[in-house]
Write a protein that binds this ligand. Structure first.
Ligand SMILES: [Mg+2]
Length: 128
C-alpha cells in the first residue's frame, strides 16, 4: 500500500469513508463514468481480483495465504478496491448500506433460525 494508514475501523464511520470516496471521484470528474452498471461490473471485477489470490488453493491452505506478508498486502489492496467500488455504488445509487445490511441480516435470521442451523452449512431449503 502506498499511503500510510491514518484511518482505522474503530475510528472511522461508513459515512466518512463514503465522503472520502465521493470527494475522490468528484475531484477527478469521474462521476460521468460511474453509471450503476459500470460500478456493479467494477465491483465484480475487483471481487474476482480478490478471489484470484485463493484460486486453486485448498480451503484449509487459504487460511495460510492470508498469513503470508506479501500475499496479505495484495489481498488487503483488493479488499479495499471491493469496498471502494461498493461504497461508490451506494453513493451513486443512494443506498444506505447500514440499513440494507440490517435488513438482510433480519431476513437471514428468519431464514436461518439458530436452533435449526447452528454448526450446519445447509441452505435454508435443506433443513427442517
Ligand atoms: Mg484491484
Amino acid at each position: 500500500m502506498s499511503a500510510k494508514s491514518t484511518l482505522t475501523d474503530e475510528r472511522t464511520s461508513l459515512s466518512e469513508l463514503r465522503r472520502l470516496i465521493a470527494s475522490f471521484v468528484k475531484e477527478r470528474d469521474w462521476t460521468k463514468f460511474h453509471a450503476p452498471k459500470n460500478l456493479a461490473m467494477a465491483l465484480a471485477c475487483e471481487a474476482a481480483e480478490l478471489m484470484e489470490h485463493f484460486l486453486w488453493v485448498e480451503s484449509e491452505a487459504s487460511r495460510e495465504v492470508v498469513l503470508d506478508e506479501k500475499k496479505r498486502a495484495a489481498i488487503v489492496e483488493e479488499v479495499a478496491d471491493v469496498a471502494i467500488c461498493l461504497l461508490n455504488l451506494c453513493n451513486v445509487v443512494g443506498i444506505d448500506l447500514s440499513s440494507a445490511v440490517e435488513g438482510k441480516l433480519a431476513d437471514a435470521r428468519a431464514k436461518y433460525p439458530v436452533h435449526l442451523v447452528r454448526g450446519k452449512s445447509l441452505k435454508y431449503d435443506e433443513y427442517g
